[in-house]
Design a protein around this ligand. Structure first.
Ligand SMILES: C[S@@+](CC[C@H](N)C(=O)[O-])C[C@H]1O[C@@H](n2cnc3c(N)ncnc32)[C@H](O)[C@@H]1O
Length: 321
């Protein structure tokens, strides 16, 4: 394994705190969007971070904002209208925003926060390309006078028509050759034909995941955050709406699930959370991935690979640990 490659990879896992007086980091490398660095985690209000990002630079955003004060994220909140506007500005033409959100029940009344936010995104200019369902396989019984809620919405907002769609396939219930019934004609005879049934089909827009330890993630540390979404959910959206090398962004990154999966799938990432405690968790999860990847990476055995990358970005500038 090449030492240079390890040093280069670790140099990529950085955290920054964005203060009012943000210091611009100067670099010759191609890894910066204005003063914002790829493959980094930022402790910041996401609006402040997005103000530092160029127009049309993000391929895919996957995020779950805080909503309806369902969880106490140390009292932090956000202005959805301004966030939608900034996301629209920084998203590439054909880029996608996956917005995972549910509704609280307030005095017996569903908040409809999800749809209010979706309408804001639509008025900002995004297409509501799809409304998908994130179904939780295991949910506790919560209400005595209603069925157990087991889903959240996954709004797919797009800036125009999506530039990337790699549909995930699943096996069809039946495949192989089968006699198919044709419509009867005037003679009244049922003309059956032998046809090959398809082996697989594009998944539906209801995605089901187990939640909790061993479901959402095997990373125990992730559960120090009160509301993570499943790694597989992030994985499936990244595969669907982006390609290798694309930039994936999460403005409310929490425990870092989106960035972890982006890293594993060979995408660039930027994550942001207003809480330093959550960014610390995210950083530890990312660090474990990078170290594991390095251990098993075939590419890291190749000296030409490591030297090319190492030369582009000297580690002294960005290593923070
Ligand atoms: C639902 S959690 C995200 C969880 C994440 N998807 C995961 O898998 O760990 C929402 C996060 O938004 C953060 N947050 C709240 N207000 C924020 C703001 N204005 N800017 C950035 N992050 C904020 C909270 O600290 C919280 O971690």
């Amino acid at each position: 394994m090449s030492l240079n490659f390890i040093r280069y990879e670790l140099s990529y896992l950085c955290t920054f705190t964005i203060n009012k007086k943000f210091t611009t980091i100067q670099t010759k490398g191609a890894y910066f969007i204005m003063s914002i660095k790829f493959n980094s985690l930022y402790t910041s209000d996401c609006l402040k971070l997005m103000h530092k990002m160029d127009d049309c630079c993000v391929d895919l955003t996957i995020t779950s904002p805080p909503y309806d004060k369902l969880r106490d994220y140390k009292g932090f909140s956000f202005d959805c209208n301004l966030v939608a506007q900034e996301l629209y500005r920084i998203t590439k033409k054909g880029g996608v925003v996956v917005w995972v959100v549910g509704d609280a029940v307030i005095k017996g009344n569903k908040s409809l926060t999800s749809f209010k936010q979706a309408l804001l995104f639509q008025s900002t200019g995004f297409n509501v390309h799809d409304i998908m369902i994130y179904k939780k396989k295991n949910t506790p019984f919560m209400r005595s006078n209603a069925y157990t809620n087991c889903f959240e919405f996954m709004f797919i907002f797009t800036k125009g028509s999506p530039k990337t769609f790699n549909p995930i396939k699943e096996p069809t219930v039946r495949s192989g050759k089968e006699m198919l019934v044709c419509n009867k004609k005037a003679d009244g005879i049922n003309h059956k034909v032998l046809k090959e049934l398809k082996k697989e089909k594009t998944k539906t827009n209801i995605w089901e995941y187990a939640v909790g330890l061993g479901g959402s993630s095997n990373d125990k540390i992730a559960f120090k955050h009160p509301a993570i979404f499943p790694e597989k959910l992030a994985n499936d959206h990244i595969l669907s709406w982006s390609n290798k090398g694309d930039l994936v962004f999460d403005p409310f990154v929490g425990s870092g699930t989106t960035c972890k999966m982006a890293k594993l799938l060979g995408r660039k990432y930027i994550g942001c959370d207003i809480s330093q405690d959550y960014i610390d968790i995210a950083q530890q999860r990312l660090k474990a991935v990078i170290e594991e990847k390095l251990l098993f990476s075939e590419e890291s055995q190749d000296p030409s690979y490591s030297s090319t990358f190492y030369n582009e970005e000297p580690i002294e500038k960005t290593t923070l640990f």
